[in-house]
Design a binder for this molecule. Structure first.
Ligand code: TYC
Length: 102
């Protein structure tokens, strides 16, 4: 009570660290050979876009070279990339899809 107190009045707040899992961007890359309609179909099928959204994003990739098609947890991003790459390969298109930590 009456002792000298070097910490008098000092309040140290602690906060439990709630670490959110990292998120990953799924990127679609342009190429000269994959048909536009195929890319639109991929975006509708694997990323739940409607036709207008898919067409707009496909055009963005076509013009700029790359675009983010979605942001997901590691596991979901990995699954999407695998689905797109597998679907493209099965149709013999060189379409490339990758992921990168946000
Ligand atoms: N550049 C392609 C073409 O002209 C179309 C395309 C768009 C390909 C997006 C890939 O991720 C892509 N047929």
């Amino acid at each position: 009570p009456d002792e000298p107190d070097g910490d008098a009045g000092v309040v140290t707040e602690t906060r439990a660290k709630t670490k959110r899992p990292p998120l990953y961007k799924v990127l679609l890359l342009n190429d000269d050979f994959t048909p536009m309609e195929f890319v639109v179909h991929v975006l509708e099928r694997f990323f739940g876009m409607n036709h207008a959204q898919a067409f707009e994003l496909m055009l963005q990739v076509h013009k700029k070279g790359v675009a983010v098609v979605g942001v997901f947890s590691f596991e979901i991003a990995e699954t999407k990339v695998g689905q797109v790459m597998d679907f493209a390969r099965r149709h013999q298109h060189p379409l490339q899809c990758t992921m990168e930590k946000e």
